[in-house]
Structure formats: C-alpha cells, structure tokens
Design a binder for this molecule. Structure first.
Ligand code: GRF
Length: 208
C-alpha cells in the first residue's frame, strides 16, 4: 500500500493507540505512519505509548487549536485522522474541511447507542448483542457511514466492566483493519455512504 500518514487522537488510556503501534510493528499495518498523537487531556495515560516510540505529542488547547491542526494536516500530507477514544466533539468546520479523512471508533453497534455510556445502555435496553463500529466522521455526532463492525453476545452475567473488556478485544481487531482498508484505498467515504472495493461485496461486518 502507498504511504499513509496518520494522526491519532486520544483522551484517556490509549489502549487502542498501543494496539495500532503494535500492528505497525508486527507488519500488519505496512506503510502506515503515526506522525503525531493529539489529545485534549495532557494527563492522558495513553501518551506514554507515544513517548515510548518518540512519536510527537500535541496538546489541543487555545494555543494549539483545530485551525493549527488543519494547517498541519494539509502541510504534512496527513491522509487519515483516527479518533481512538477521543472524547471531545470536533468543530464542524474542521470535520467539513477534512471530509472522508477522519474516522472514529465507537463502542456500540451504530446506529444504536450513539454518545456516551454505551455498555450500560446496551445492558439496560436488554440487547442480546453489542459491539464496536468504525465510521467516517461527519458533522453529526456518531452518525457518519459505518464501514466495519464487530459483535459480541451479551450474556446474563455481563456487567459494564465485562462488556468493556469484550468490546476492547473487538476494537483491537476492527480498528487496524479499518486503517488497513483505508491505506489500501479499499474503502472511501462516498456522500452519506461508503464505497468498498475489496472482496467483501456485502456489508463488511465482522462476526466474531
Ligand atoms: C474505546 O472503547 C473507544 O471505543 C471509546 O473509548 C474507548 C477508548 O479506549 N471511544 P482506549 O483509550 O483506547 O483504551
């Protein structure tokens, strides 16, 4: 695949960032480069994974804001922005200026359970299945075209904690696949939908 320069946005633990780094190191993600890790939270635990790899870290605040990030995206040939546990809503201008280049990892089977506390809401709704989705970001919250999902069964014994663990395992599989598909130009945003040029000709949903 041709070179894919990425920015990864995180707000907390960054276990998905760690996983992406591992997938680059293992060769699953070839020619994928994390050029910067950005955060709204200077004490985000996940920043340690960037430090370990000498990946530059940028703190988003009044001094370094979304306009600065936009200029950097254009100047540095950034092909993909990955929201991997980023808890802030991006400004509409920013999203519209980089349409089709921003993806978000969301811990539910979208369009179900947009927003926060998805595991708790899945249990409370009596859902039989839950999961995680990767979608292109649009200016509506958790609403852009979903192009990969992974599912888990909700058992009687499941709690928010056990579901969170199961969902993380799913996320560690689907997010690298999503990045790889984009790097290989197999998937791209196409208006309010997406187009996929790989082997999967039906909805690319992974059943795990
Ligand atoms: C993930 O479950 C992601 O779906 C959600 O926030 C969590 C981030 O986990 N948006 P981590 O910071 O990657 O460990």
């Amino acid at each position: 695949m041709s070179e894919l320069n990425c920015l990864i946005f995180i707000s907390g633990n960054g276990s998905n960032l760690k996983n992406i780094i591992e997938k680059i190191d293992s060769g699953f993600l070839k020619n994928v480069f994390i050029r910067e890790v950005l955060t709204d939270n200077p004490s985000a635990g996940g920043l340690k994974y960037a430090k370990e790899k000498n990946i530059p870290i940028k703190i988003i605040n009044d001094k370094y804001n979304y306009d600065n990030i936009s200029s950097d995206i254009n100047r540095n040939d950034i092909g993909l922005v990955v929201l991997a546990g980023y808890m802030k809503i991006l400004p509409k201008d920013f999203v519209n200026n980089h349409e089709g280049k921003i993806i978000n990892l969301h811990p539910s089977l979208l369009p179900k359970h947009k927003g926060l506390n998805t595991h708790q809401r899945a249990i409370q709704s009596g859902d039989d299945v839950h999961g995680a989705s990767v979608h292109f970001v649009t200016d509506e919250l958790d609403d852009g075209p979903v192009f990969i999902q992974g599912l888990v069964e909700i058992k009687e014994s499941d709690t928010v904690k056990t579901l969170e663990e199961k969902i993380h395992k799913i996320e560690y599989q689907i997010l690298p696949i999503a990045i790889r598909w984009i790097g290989e130009k197999l998937v791209e945003k196409n208006g309010s939908n997406f187009s996929f040029r790989g082997i999967l000709e039906t909805e690319p949903i992974i059943y795990l």
